[in-house]
Design a binder for this molecule. Structure first.
Ligand code: ADP
Ligand code: MG
Ligand code: ZN
Length: 479
């Protein structure tokens, strides 16, 4: 059978570091980086005799995440120990949640070529992050850094509802965007604040049973997730086509070779010997507590989209694009406030800003300028101070040094020439140098006008006002 006869089935376990000030069971800071082992204390280093105390903010953030993803919230929940040994896990168990997660049975909607699709969320639970092993480049061994040990995480487990790599990317982007909007995490994938375990299986189209899955751990860039899915699905299809069977295992994706490697056989829940952590009390949430969190939720992307469609006149496509990221959406609102031209602002975000970010392999949160600068840029075009061609150059410059566009234009000498006398001079000069074009125009070749305008633009390094050029050329040609 051909590859097209197979369907890919995927489910994600997304780990997201919460942006609480302190860790989940002690008062150490959660801040990323720092000298190794400077953000830790006897509790997160697992000294004997220490006791964890649950950080209430972690529960609040997790409930927020659950409500924003349409989950049920458990009134009764608890923490469990998940036992396994790894050098970056000083207790030799991770405090997580087993059978009573804080949130369950939710969903998010994603856009697909066939329309909106619901991706079900099985559960969201809270747990602590592990430390980090740094492998010495001179081969002297590995060093453990416990700064990250005890940083709070939520783990969002989806149902196996995803069918294409595009759906996986859309789902992850949707989660990232929601968590950014509700401010429970900075979701910086490059710092590991958002990472996904991607479970992949394949089956023949039309089959109702799932195939055996493999799991690729700790993926933290969209690019590698998409590549890894493509590779792994094809690998599985080849195995099956050659008469083999897929073994359930945990894989490591290697970005350099573009392949997956086996790490270990997959553990089952019973391997972890989960049991309720006797050092922690049960988590009981009142109706009032949940209601208050619900009331405090900020405006979510779906509602912003509605506003952009109904009140600001954006197209469906533009509204979807702009609200997909909190950073785009905030920039859009701020810029529109300045220039009162929502349509143009959304166009700049969708076309040039997105394109340049893509070329730089950056995400919207890495933008160095704000809506104020973008708003001024659009206003300067609308006022005729600069042409859109110059505006594109100003924007490129803003990515390098985020100054106000008016400043950039001034220091580069890019102000549009709108002085009639100056433009007349250029027109006369270009006409004198191109008698053939004048003859062509008079012979009915309208294209000649475009050529002349282009020459004048060249002459003024793109600074002449194009409407005025057109008008003055026509005046001269029709004399
Ligand atoms: P574990 O925690 O042991 O990895 P779970 O039962 O919590 O196992 O499932 C993990 C993830 O695997 C879920 O996101 C689920 O949707 C996904 N999954 C389960 N079965 C399959 C399958 N056959 N193919 C692809 N993904 C699957
Ligand atoms: Mg798993
Ligand atoms: Zn600590």
């Amino acid at each position: 059978m051909a590859r097209e006869d197979y369907e890919i089935v995927m489910g994600l376990e997304v780990h997201c570091e919460l942006s609480t000030k302190t860790k989940i069971f002690c008062s150490c800071p959660t801040q990323f980086g720092g000298e190794p082992n400077t953000h830790c204390c006897p509790i997160c280093m697992a000294m004997p005799g220490t006791l964890p105390v649950l950080n209430e903010k972690v529960v609040e953030y997790a409930v927020k995440a659950g409500l924003a993803t349409n989950c049920q919230i458990a009134r009764n929940s608890k923490n469990d120990r998940k036992n396994y040994f790894y050098p970056d896990l000083p207790k030799a168990y991770q405090i997580s949640q087993f059978d009573l997660p804080l949130c369950y049975e939710g969903y998010v909607n994603i856009e697909t070529p066939e329309g909106e699709k619901k991706i079900r969320i099985t559960r969201i639970h809270i747990e602590e992050d592990a430390g980090k092993l740094n492998h010495d480049e001179y081969g002297r061994g590995s060093f453990v850094d416990l700064n990250r040990a005890g940083v709070p995480l939520i783990e969002v487990v989806s149902e196996p509802d995803l069918r294409t790599k595009e759906e996986v990317e859309a789902y992850l982007r949707k989660l990232k965007s929601i968590f950014e909007y509700i401010e429970v995490s900075d979701c910086k994938m490059q710092e590991g604040s958002l990472r996904a375990d991607v479970n992949v299986s394949v089956r023949k189209k039309g089959s109702t049973e799932f195939g055996t899955r493999t799991e690729m751990k700790n993926m933290n860039s969209f690019r590698s997730i998409v590549r890894a899915i493509e590779y792994e699905a094809n690998r599985q299809i080849d195995v099956i086509e050659n008469g083999g069977v897929i073994t359930q295992e945990t894989l490591r994706w290697d970005d350099v070779s573009g392949k997956t490697f086996s790490m270990r056989d997959k553990e089952d829940a019973q391997d972890y010997r989960y049991f309720p952590d006797p050092d922690l009390v049960a988590i009981k949430l009142s109706e009032e507590y949940i209601e208050n969190i619900k009331k405090g939720l900020p405006e979510l992307p779906e509602s912003r989209k509605k506003r952009y469609l109904e009140e600001m006149g954006l197209t469906e496509k533009a509204a979807n694009f702009v609200t997909a990221s909190k950073y785009y959406s905030n920039m859009f609102e701020e810029a529109t406030e300045v220039c009162k031209n929502a349509k143009s602002v959304s166009n700049w975000i969708m076309s040039d800003i997105a394109r340049i970010l893509n070329e730089r392999e950056e995400e919207p949160e890495e933008l160095k300028f704000s809506g104020k600068e973008l708003g001024e840029l659009v206003a300067l075009i609308d006022k005729g101070t600069i042409s859109s061609a110059i505006a594109k150059k100003v924007l490129e410059e803003m990515f390098e040094n985020p100054e106000m566009p008016s400043k950039i234009i001034e220091s580069k000498g890019w102000v549009q020439i709108s002085d009639e006398g100056a433009i007349k001079e250029v027109v006369a000069k270009v006409l004198e140098a191109n008698p053939q074009s004048i003859a062509d125009y008079k012979a009915g070749k309208d294209k000649a006008l475009g050529f002349l305008v282009g020459q004048a633009m060249k002459e003024t390094k793109g600074k002449a006002n194009p409407q005025m050029l057109n008008k003055l050329f026509l005046e001269e040609l029709n004399k």
